[in-house]
Design a protein around this ligand. Sequence first.
Ligand SMILES: NC(=O)c1ccc[n+]([C@@H]2O[C@H](COP(=O)([O-])OP(=O)(O)OC[C@H]3O[C@@H](n4cnc5c(N)ncnc54)[C@H](O)[C@@H]3O)[C@@H](O)[C@H]2O)c1
Length: 378
Amino acid sequence: MVGGGGPQSFFGAPHRRAIVLDNSAELTAGALRSKPDESMAAARELYFTRGYPDWTEMIRSEAELPESQRIDYVTIVTPNDAHFGPAAAAAEVGIGILCEKPLTRTLDEARRLRALVLAAELPFVVAHTYTGYPMVMLAREMVRNGDLGEIRKVETWYPQGWLATRREDEGHKQASWRVDPVKAGASGCGGDIGIHAYEFVRFVAGLSAVRLMARMKSIVPGRALDDDFTVLAELNNGAIATITASQITTGAENDNGFRVIGTSGTLLWSHARFDLLEQSVPDRPVRLYRQGSDYSYVPASIRPYLRLPAGHPEGFHEALANLHRTIEWTIRQSRGEPAPAPFEHPGIADGVAGMAFLEAAVSSASQDAAWVEVPRGG
Ligand SMILES: NC(=O)c1ccc[n+]([C@@H]2O[C@H](COP(=O)([O-])OP(=O)(O)OC[C@H]3O[C@@H](n4cnc5c(N)ncnc54)[C@H](O)[C@@H]3O)[C@@H](O)[C@H]2O)c1
């Protein structure tokens, strides 16, 4: 693991729980903070077998270990400006990568990382956590199966309220770097959560933005980056998409979701009811699919990702654990070890596409919401 150490850090802890959830993996090596002494201390406090002062030293040392002892993949859970460095270093020595979103700070970095990952044919997952929910995976399968007919429209959303006031002035660790363009990149809200909403377009609807117009606002005074993000996009099949995200939706609690609208039906998923997928078909009662390993409608591709029979909640940690399952099973299969077929969770292409989407949105917003092309293929 790179990042995620220290008493106030956020997302390293959910990743640690997700990694060990199935007792099929263990946390061994860590460069968990930016300062060498704190990084070593964090590794001790969190029971890592091998603590390192920084990620350069960790990747170099791990690459020198015999294959049976070295790390199988690295989880990168640092602020956005510290994704590219460790990811590129890992790719150069052939270590698989599960990287936080947004993939990098810039599209140029994302493209350079893609070249390294593809050249080495490495397992790579981008941590779009919500794509690990079985009902989101089911929605993807239903769209691919043609259950909705031709997709005409996609609506995705991600409202939060936690930055409705200047939390950065209170020394709030997560707020401080998220409003700083040097650490976060060219978009605040868009890069932090708009990118999750856009991934629903790619992962669930199987489509990509080709042109878009964006309004990116810094609604709370004094911010250099957007805290509100609204995009209207044309997709590669001619469909239309609205992608909205906000950090100033007072009182909102990560209730992201999507509606995919086709010629023969509509699918609706909301994080507030993550265990349900709603299908609307003309002149029929609304159908609710419910999460649970014993439902016969769960496709074989999703079944190994469910752990409990119907009615037992499997939530956010399980969704994140499912992304770790995907990279773990990819690695095991590549070694000829028995493992279920990994689901197609977001990979390097999605990471680059997300950065291309963000770059186009920033460009459009800076031209008073002019229509701009999204760079092709990222
Ligand atoms: N997928 C999701 O649902 C989700 C949710 C939250 C955060 N994230 C992403 O996770 C990443 C981290 O976010 P966070 O909220 O946990 O931030 P945070 O500020 O709470 O934690 C960042 C951690 O990285 C460490 N760090 C910083 N620079 C480092 C370096 N050079 N080497 C090693 N460690 C370093 C810090 O010490 C800290 O422990 C971000 O990219 C964010 O977008 C994703």
